[in-house]
Ligand binder design. Structure first.
Ligand code: ADP
Ligand code: ZN
Ligand code: ZN
Length: 783
């Protein structure tokens, strides 16, 4: 007899553990199966995360109260509800994520299961538990194909529909639905043709998720052919690309989870390097995963991988429907897929024998999940490749400081540079426009004279412009329009956030609070501006401005791209297409326009307000500003037309902006790294952010205080390392969001410390509080 460890699939805030259940001898249960079990009188669905042969010792497991149970006393698994979604390695990975990110194990196991594919247990009106069949399942299409008598069959002259159907089938297999759409009802016709063996009508499983936003590709019949059919030839690599490929090959040969950081400007040929590294991985019989930021997961991106690896490419991301994910999951599980391209969730598909994980744009914040489990895909990928003897490739034009730091220090990392664009085009010059000086000379518009003149010139010449309105969250900060001064926390060197209520300035790291000054403390100017303008306002101003430009006027469209205009599925892509198809046009948008934008005729890129990013209450503000400017600059002058970039700022002397304007990363790091070391931020320390939220502010604050006391005690007594610090409980930057009050507590530990284990112990012991929730964000991206 076997004993199964089952993690219950019920939503939970608390840290959970598996329960033991006996598996009846005649039951085909294995690790990764969904099963039906009973717990404390209720029925629940769970997943088997471990199976062990029962031995007659008394400590087989424990009941709900911690009392040991023998195998005979254990409750039994009642039913197996699915085939296995993950193996022992998947279960180990889920446990790793739960431990490292202090997350409920159930939430980690769920990463490995396609949503909606497992029955749910529901309690009926009569109080009985029953299983509700999954909403998601496979969908079959009816197809018409040639029958044995196809060639010999001659329809009667007046049998028009028969002729039409036969002509369609002569071209190729066709879906009944398509025939019906074209010729009307075809049921009788097909029946007649099938009776004469002229055609055969058969059911075939539809493979959803490769259509949709992706180019349609034929369903793999009887999936199982793992052949890779290239349709696009690979170009000869440049010397730089050869070196990058060689580094990846060395890392793969080492087979121990080594990391290669490909540090290459946009257009330098990184993707081509990935493609060739993947081809070699596949040639050795191993498979590959490619992660790209969700926003870059466009049909063009997928087409590029399909072009090289044909139908062996599967796609997985969270915007896909549950049905699409279900089918892709099966497609991958069948062994027919060799390459999975997707967002961070693509790490958890049933792709076997992965030997290479590529993470493009590794600096992107979207590789960190912002709900439980709050994992960082980069780090999980690393763990996976260490376990299976593969390699990780990180690519970016603007690598994260963590990656640059690791590449410099860690012997298991290699960094390779691709400093030139593959087409040899130089990067566009970046001009910093000092908005404080503009203001001093009497200008009041958010568009400087320089940017206005450049816009007028490029648009009237029929070129395109991209304008970035930097906007993140709703954090507001004060900025002096005369001297550019922004109030900062004396302890944390991050900007203070302006709170309308009580006109206060608050530090969201340490809680330092001061009244908002009426005049600039630096120069005495009364022009202290609260920053945080919306895209709609800017669009209206821009429209008015463009209408006055000779040769531009109202005929040049403004395409606005922000959270509002991109809500609908496919809207992002549609806006980009609209911009691409226009003659002269302006693309005005938030951060999201910095990515995946590749148009030949963009000659001007303007950053309207570089300061917004710079003064986020976040220690990464400088890094993000630097990255953003480098990213948008990469969008100008990609083809034969030269490009230029203008960055408007009230803080023209900021090291991040100056360094970005001269493409000088070394200079940026020279100022940024010592600052982080001195103030105690990553990569010199590790952080965990303890989040507390609920609908009653007082209760949330009280719970946060309690947790703060417990954390302080934990660090003092259990950890006993004076280098650990627990900062006070303070409201989050977005202190109130959708009627939820949010507080947080930052915990800092030495860079090599296991910050998760003590927090896990605390959170396991923590009494659930039904009205206030708490969770831990380890290695947070945002505070
Ligand atoms: P990145 O991923 O760094 O932005 P890509 O791999 O997309 O760069 O390359 C940019 C462009 O240069 C693409 O059109 C690509 O096809 C082309 N390219 C890349 N490598 C080569 C090469 N070795 N020879 C010719 N063209 C190349
Ligand atoms: Zn001032
Ligand atoms: Zn502070």
């Amino acid at each position: 007899m076997y004993i199964a460890s089952v993690i219950l699939d019920i939503p939970t805030q608390a840290l959970d553990t598996p329960y033991s259940y006996a598996v009846p001898d005649d039951m085909a249960a294995e690790v990764g199966c969904a099963v039906l079990v009973t717990l404390g009188g209720r029925k629940a669905v769970g997943y088997i995360v471990d199976m062990e042969e029962a031995t007659p010792s008394p400590d087989e497991g424990t009941d709900l109260w911690g009392n040991p149970l023998t195998a005979a006393e254990l409750r039994q698994v009642e039913a197996v509800l699915s085939a296995s979604f993950f193996d022992e390695e998947g279960a180990a990975c889920a446990q790793y994520i739960a431990d490292r990110y202090v997350a409920p194990l159930a939430s980690c196991v769920r990463l490995f299961t396609p949503p909606g594919a497992v029955p749910r247990v529901v309690r009926g009106r009569d109080g009985r538990w029953r299983l509700e069949e999954p909403k998601i399942g496979q969908v079959d299409d009816r197809w018409v194909t040639r029958g044995p008598a196809f060639d010999a069959f001659v329809p009667r002259k007046n049998a028009v529909k028969q002729q039409q159907v036969l002509e369609a089938v002569a071209v190729g297999d066709v879906r009944v639905a398509e025939l019906a759409a074209e010729f009307g009802a075809v049921g009788g016709t097909l029946k007649a043709l099938a009776a004469k063996d002229a055609v055969v009508v058969e059911r075939r499983r539809r493979l959803r998720g490769m259509g949709g936003p992706l180019p349609a590709s034929p369903a793999p019949e009887g999936a199982g052919s793992a052949s890779v059919v290239a349709t696009a030839p690979a170009p000869r690599l440049t010397a730089g690309q050869e070196a990058a490929l060689a580094a990846i090959e060395a890392a793969r040969a080492a087979a121990c989870g080594r990391v290669v950081l490909v540090d290459g400007v946009t257009g330098s040929g990184k993707t081509e390097v990935y493609l060739q590294a993947i081809a070699r991985t596949l040639a050795e019989g191993r498979n590959a995963v490619v992660l790209v930021p969700e926003i870059s997961l466009t049909p063009q991106t997928v087409a590029r991988f399909r072009g090289r690896f044909g139908d062996a490419v599967a796609v997985m991301h969270s915007r896909m429907s549950a049905g699409e994910r279900y089918d892709q999951w099966d497609f991958i599980g069948s062994g027919a897929a060799r390459v999975v391209v997707g967002a961070r969730s693509a790490l958890f598909t049933p792709l076997a024998n992965v030997g290479l994980i590529v993470i493009d744009e590794e600096h992107e914040g979207s590789y960190k999940q912002d709900s439980a489990p709050r994992y960082q895909a980069r780090d999980v990928a690393r763990w996976m490749m260490e376990r299976t003897g593969g390699a990780v490739v990180l690519g970016s034009a603007t690598p994260s400081i963590e990656a640059l730091y690791a590449a410099a220090k860690d012997p298991l990392w290699t960094q390779v540079a691709l400093p030139e664009r593959a087409n040899g085009r130089p990067r566009p010059p970046v001009e910093v426009v000092n908005m404080a000086a503009e203001f001093a000379s009497g200008a009041r518009s958010m568009f400087s004279g320089k940017l206005t003149r450049a816009l007028a010139a490029e648009l009237s010449a029929g070129h395109k412009a991209v304008l970035l309105l930097n906007q993140r969250g709703f954090a507001k900060f004060l900025l002096c329009r005369d001297c550019g001064f922004v109030p900062e926390c004396p302890h944390c060197a991050t900007s203070l956030t302006y709170h309308e209520q009580g006109a206060k300035l608050v530090c969201h790291h340490c809680g330092h609070t001061v009244p908002a000054p009426p005049t600039c403390p630096e120069c005495g100017s009364p022009y202290l501006k609260k920053f945080g303008a919306g895209t709609q306002r800017v669009e209206a101003d821009l429209r008015a401005l463009m209408n006055t430009m000779p040769g531009v006027g109202s005929r040049v469209p403004i395409i606005r791209m922000d959270a509002d205009t991109t809500k609908a599925k496919g809207a992002h892509q549609a806006l980009l297409e609209q911009f691409g198809a226009a003659d002269a046009a302006v693309l005005l948008g938030t951060q999201m326009i910095a990515k995946g934008l590749d148009f030949d005729d963009v000659t001007l890129v303007g950053v309207i307000n570089a300061d917004t990013q710079l003064h986020l209450p976040d220690y990464r503000a400088g890094e993000r500003t630097f990255q953003l400017i480098e990213q948008v600059a990469g969008r100008a002058g990609r083809a034969s037309l030269p490009g230029r970039v203008m960055v408007q700022t009230y803080e023209a002397d900021s090291p991040a902006i100056r360094a970005a304007a001269s493409y000088d990363r070394a200079a940026f790091l020279r100022t940024e790294l010592p600052k982080r070391q001195m103030l105690g931020f990553p990569p010199y320390v590790r952080m965990a952010n303890v989040l507390v939220w609920g609908s009653d502010e007082h209760e949330v604050a009280t719970e946060a205080e309690l947790l703060h006391a417990q954390l302080t005690e934990l660090v003092r007594n259990e950890v006993g390392d004076a280098r650990w610090t627990v900062l006070p409980a303070v409201p989050c930057v977005l202190g109130k969001l959708r009627n939820t009050y949010r507080y947080h507590i930052v915990v800092k530990a030495p860079a090599d410390a296991d910050i998760s284990a003590p927090l896990t112990r605390l959170f396991r012991a923590r009494k659930a509080n039904g009205r206030v929730s708490a969770a831990v964000d380890v290695d947070p991206m945002d505070l």
